[in-house]
Design a protein around this ligand. Structure first.
Ligand code: BES
Ligand code: MN
Ligand code: ZN
Length: 503
């Protein structure tokens, strides 16, 4: 899959409304219990040029400036429409609030069929470069439309396409670095969304390897793809055990970004890359969860998306992007429940459930990453349904024995507007992984299943600072909100990019 650039045109211009020619203006307004007033200079503008229509619309709809709320009206001016968007509490205005407010305003402007839209900075307390980047991210991520699998006729007859052609950020300082960052991050998130959204007959292990190749070619990164034989030579019995029933060859992807000078830090990002998880002989039969299992490479998508986001921004850290890509299938060659595999660190694993396959592929990937002598490594994986039960669909579980790394990731996630929550690595829960015949079983107790999964992974980390993000919930959503569409969210790209850029 190729890396695609965002299609929406976004620019920055002075807050001179006489000079700006566009159809629709978006104005932010903070929340207040009393009647909400337009911020200046818009209150004056409304009185003098728009006959007070905006204030009237706000009071008629009892607009309180709540985050996510909008009110709009037609005005008689060269600017024909005004959308007022709620910013929520003034003292809680985060980057994420800006991202969401811009997207909510644009959604409304699009519903009004506006093509050229202005977003005003005047209502923001301090339009910093961070706010500017967030505003652009919100716009670009909302504008992203994935129509790869619909024919042209179908698209034309279904009127739900996004029609805004250009967005001008009025009154922001034009900061090329902020523009560049927002573009890179949106591009990486779009790639991750498209990788997760594509079905398993399109995004195969080979397709993931080809995507890594496209990223390497575009940004001049190093790429090594280990085939079955090379993985065998490294003793990756856990990864290859999962791969053995598939007709598609496994691909172990290792993409490397090296900064120009001496790297400040060496990092590894590891993504679970199951392009389809049938469960294996412990076939997924409950409900219809098997139908969703194209998303089981959401971790890999985030890692490749992060590579796309950071490569053009040239951070000072050296970063290794690692994906053990395969499918979990059934055939005469499939793993039998009870089989014993030997991972690349020589540890033996009794397979008591073939559906706990992600941790097997990650085991060999973690051993590989540690051999690179990185300072820290983070894996992202759609690892357990149990994590969704614990934290719901919008929050990823953060598991790490390393407090400093956890803090770095939490603050990166905060800036990114992605939700992650620390989970305990209760050592006694590892008892349920004990095996009578091998060094460990691959599946522990059902209760606390996301924790025993993390404890399993920990057995493959010797000394490197490590964190695991269980992203089973947030890689996919059934509801559109702000800049997020129904379907693949691209979760993880922004947190990883923020973390690396902060090194
Ligand atoms: N890929 C699944 C986890 C998953 C479930 C991701 C739902 C996204 C949505 C994983 O490989 C799996 O099957 N996990 C099992 C583990 C169990 C066998 C210990 C699970 O969660 O049921
Ligand atoms: Mn599984
Ligand atoms: Zn899986």
């Amino acid at each position: 899959m190729q890396v695609q650039a965002p299609t929406l045109e976004v620019s920055v211009a002075p807050a001179d409304l006489d000079a700006w020619q566009g159809e629709c203006l978006i104005i932010g307004c903070h929340q207040s219990e009393d009647a909400v007033l337009l911020p200046e200079p818009f209150a004056t503008l409304d009185r003098d040029r728009w006959s007070g229509l905006v204030a009237e619309a706000m009071s008629e709809s009892e607009f309180k400036g709540k985050a996510g709320s909008t009110v709009s009206t037609r005005v008689s001016d060269s600017i024909r429409k005004v959308v007022v968007v709620g910013l929520g509490d003034a003292d809680k205005l985060s980057s994420e609030a800006v991202r969401r407010a811009v997207a909510n305003g644009l959604r409304q402007a699009d519903a009004l069929k506006a093509k050229t839209v202005g977003v005003c900075a005047a209502s923001l307390p301090s339009p910093t470069s961070e706010t500017l980047a967030a505003a652009i991210e919100g716009a670009l991520l909302l504008a992203h439309q994935d129509r790869r699998f619909k024919s042209a006729g179908e698209i034309a007859s279904n009127g739900s396409t996004f029609g805004i052609e250009s967005v001008t950020l009025l009154g922001f300082d034009s900061e090329p670095a902020a523009l560049e960052k927002a573009h890179a991050i949106a591009t990486g998130t779009m790639l991750a969304r498209e990788l997760v959204a594509a079905p398993a007959n399109v995004v195969t292990p080979m397709a993931l390897a080809d995507t890594a190749q496209a990223i390497a070619d575009e940004f001049g990164l190093e790429l090594e793809i280990l085939d079955h034989e090379a993985c065998e030579a490294l003793g990756m019995g856990a990864f290859l055990g999962v791969a053995q029933a598939s007709d598609m060859p496994p691909k172990f992807i290792h993409l490397t970004y090296r900064p120009e000078g001496t790297p400040t830090r060496k990092l590894a990002l590891i993504g679970k890359g199951l392009t389809f998880d049938s469960g294996g002989l412990n076939l997924k039969v409950q409900g219809n969860s098997i139908a969703m299992m194209k998303i089981d490479m959401g971790g890999a998508a985030a890692v490749l998306g992060a590579a796309t986001a950071i490569a053009p921004l040239k951070p000072n850290a050296e970063v290794h992007f690692i994906v053990a890509a395969t499918e979990n299938m059934i055939s005469g060659r499939a793993l039998h429940p009870g089989d014993i595999l030997t991972a690349s660190n020589q540890k033996t694993i009794e397979i008591n459930n073939t559906d706990a396959e992600g941790r097997l592929t990650l085991a060999d990937a973690l051993v590989f990453a540690e051999k690179l002598e990185v300072d820290a490594m983070v894996d992202l994986a759609t690892l357990t349904g149990a994590c969704i039960v614990a934290l719901g669909n919008d929050i990823a579980g953060l598991f790490s024995p390393d407090e400093a790394l956890s803090e770095e990731l939490k603050s990166a996630a905060d800036r990114a507007g992605e939700k992650i929550w620390p989970m305990p690595m209760e050592p006694s829960y590892a008892d349920s992984l004990k095996s009578d015949v091998a060094d460990m079983k691959n599946t522990g107790a059902r209760e606390g299943g996301s924790i025993s999964a993390a404890l399993f992974l920990q057995k493959f980390v010797e000394k490197t600072a490590w964190a695991h993000l269980d992203v089973a919930g947030p890689v996919w959503t059934e509801k559109a909100a702000a800049y997020t569409h129904k379907g693949a969210t691209g979760f993880g790209v922004r947190t990883l990019a923020e973390w690396i850029l902060a090194q």
